[in-house]
Design a protein around this ligand. Structure first.
Ligand code: NAD
Length: 478
């Protein structure tokens, strides 16, 4: 594949020192392509260009911005095939999963085109005479720092509301999947945007983010990634008091009661758990199953896991791809070792597949007989390792479900509405799935967490406000 370049001030080019980073294919560990590494002078140039773009774009009327977003949305159909294949190869996920992700990108632009057309300020009577007017203004230059697990959608999710609000965006993608991010930027550019409005800086995320965090030009950081990095970004952006949207890790509990169709519930849970090799922030990752249905649930869950065929993204029979990186695969090995040393019982998996000696493959893994303080019950696995434990009492299991400091998603499977309502109210999370393991990766649903899972929403009408600030006018007569 061709090298991935930077986009700075309207020019696709390499970095000023000509450095490139290898991007590896997780299926065979070979170089897939190289990505240009942005240097500090490249980043400085991008910052100055985005400042100029802000002046121009923030004066463009909302309806004209919306028309541009609609144009971008329409352009996606031309690239969706290429983008799906690219994301599949970068992450290693089955092609159909990657195509599903890419298919959601155009929606982001269409939705925020609609939202910005509807946005209006207010007129408020003043006790001092005259009236107040409020208006929404673009927050300023945005840095979008995006991860590797959904390398197209998570870029589109940040770029679309930012552009709608009138903000320039600098995209800094994960070093594992930069080209998918570059494709989103390319589609935007093809619609004919002002120079510097959307720019792209690949490289090591810590090297790219440092000058962006330090610069007073960047007024907002939107980050999706781990809680550890989210904390670092918050600390570093405090000096210039930037606005933040942080979509961080999670450790989603699933409570399965004894009124469910066990076969359906077990298949739904296993399918949800092993999607994207478990590398999803809202992945169902702790299964609390009622005593009455536990044995059947476990046996069906394990047989689903054992039946999943591992393979590369282009193999039609592949049910699960490799982990995205060596680091993630090693993290799974460590987690398995730790869980065994803490007394967990391994029901299946727990190792690299013996017949695959290349690529970052790891078998779908199920653990049982875990205490509440086992590491895996408290630390996000972010991989295909599933703990399944029992419960008998709903008060007790609610407490256990809420025992981590994460608060992204939680799920309840039950046909008893009282049981469902108890968990809808009681789970300390930003999103609850009732009889589903999907919580809004489509644009109409606000998506975000509480506590250590971050703050601010992506998606829905609310995400737009993250890119806007209020201005109040007091208008009277002399
Ligand atoms: P990591 O903590 O090393 O990196 C997480 C993400 O942050 C990556 O995309 C990385 O490129 C980026 N990053 C790292 N240092 C950065 C910096 N200084 N500035 C800007 N960006 C930086 O972990 P990892 O092994 O790549 O991923 C696993 C962890 O990341 C999991 O625990 C999971 O919570 C989290 N994660 C979450 C999501 C999500 O959708 N919320 C996506 C990917 C990763």
């Amino acid at each position: 594949m061709e090298d991935c370049q930077l986009l700075i001030d309207g020019n696709w080019r390499g970095g000023s020192k000509g450095r490139y980073l290898d991007v590896l294919d997780p299926v065979n560990e070979e170089v897939l392509y190289r990505a240009a590494a942005a240097e500090s002078d490249d980043i400085e140039e991008a910052l100055l260009s985005s400042e100029r773009a802000l002046e121009e774009w923030s004066c463009v009327p909302a309806w004209s911005r919306a028309a541009k977003l609609d144009e971008i949305a329409n352009l996606f159909s031309k690239y969706e095939g290429e983008m799906g294949e690219l994301a599949a190869r970068e992450v290693g996920k089955p092609l159909a999963e990657a195509q599903g992700e890419v298919g959601l990108c155009a929606d982001q632009f269409r939705w925020y085109a609609g939202e910005i057309r509807r946005l209006s300020g207010a007129r408020v009577p003043s006790r001092m005479g005259g009236h107040f007017e409020t208006s929404y203004e673009p927050v300023g230059v945005v840095a979008a720092l995006t991860p590797w697990n959904f390398p197209s959608l998570l870029v589109a999710r940040k770029v679309a509301p930012a552009l709608a609000a009138g903000c320039p965006v600098i995209v800094s993608p994960s070093e594992l999947t930069p080209k998918s991010g570059a494709m989103i930027v390319k589609v935007c550019e093809e619609a004919g945007l002002p120079k510097g409005l959307v720019q792209f800086l690949s490289g090591r995320p810590e090297e790219v983010s440092a000058p962006l965090l330090a610069s007073p030009i960047v007024r907002k950081i939107s980050f999706t990634g781990s809680t550890t990095v989210g904390r670092l970004l918050m600390r570093e952006s405090a000096r210039t008091l930037k606005r933040l949207t942080l979509e961080l890790g999670g450790h989603a509990p699933v409570v399965v009661d004894n009124t469910v169709d066990v076969e359906k519930a077990a298949n739904l849970c296993a399918k949800g758990k092993f999607r994207n090799s478990g590398q999803v922030c809202v992945s169902p990752s702790r299964f609390y199953v009622h005593d009455d249905v536990y044995d059947e649930f476990l046996s069906r869950f394990v047989s689903y896991a054992k039946g999943l065929k591992l393979g590369g993204p282009m193999e039609e029979s592949s049910g699960m791809g490799p982990m995205a990186s060596e680091k993630r695969r090693d993290a799974m090995e460590e987690l398995v070792e730790k869980t065994l040393s803490e007394g967990g019982k391994l029901e299946c998996g727990g190792r690299r597949p013996p017949d695959m000696n290349r690529g970052y493959f790891f078998e779908p893994t199920v653990f049982t007989e875990l205490s509440d303080d086992a590491t895996i019950m408290n630390e996000e696995p972010f991989g295909p390792v599933a703990p399944v434990v029992r419960f008998g009492d709903r008060e007790d299991v609610l407490q256990r479900a809420n025992q981590t400091s994460f608060g992204l998603a939680g799920f309840v499977l039950s046909s008893d509405m009282n049981f469902v309502n108890y968990f809808k109210r009681g789970l300390e999370v930003g999103m609850v799935g009732v009889n589903t393991l999907s919580v809004g990766s489509t644009v109409e649903a606000p998506f975000g967490g509480v506590n250590d899972s971050g703050f601010g929403e992506e998606g829905g009408h609310m995400a737009l406000y993250g890119y806007l600030s209020n201005r109040t006018y007091h208008v009277t007569e002399l």
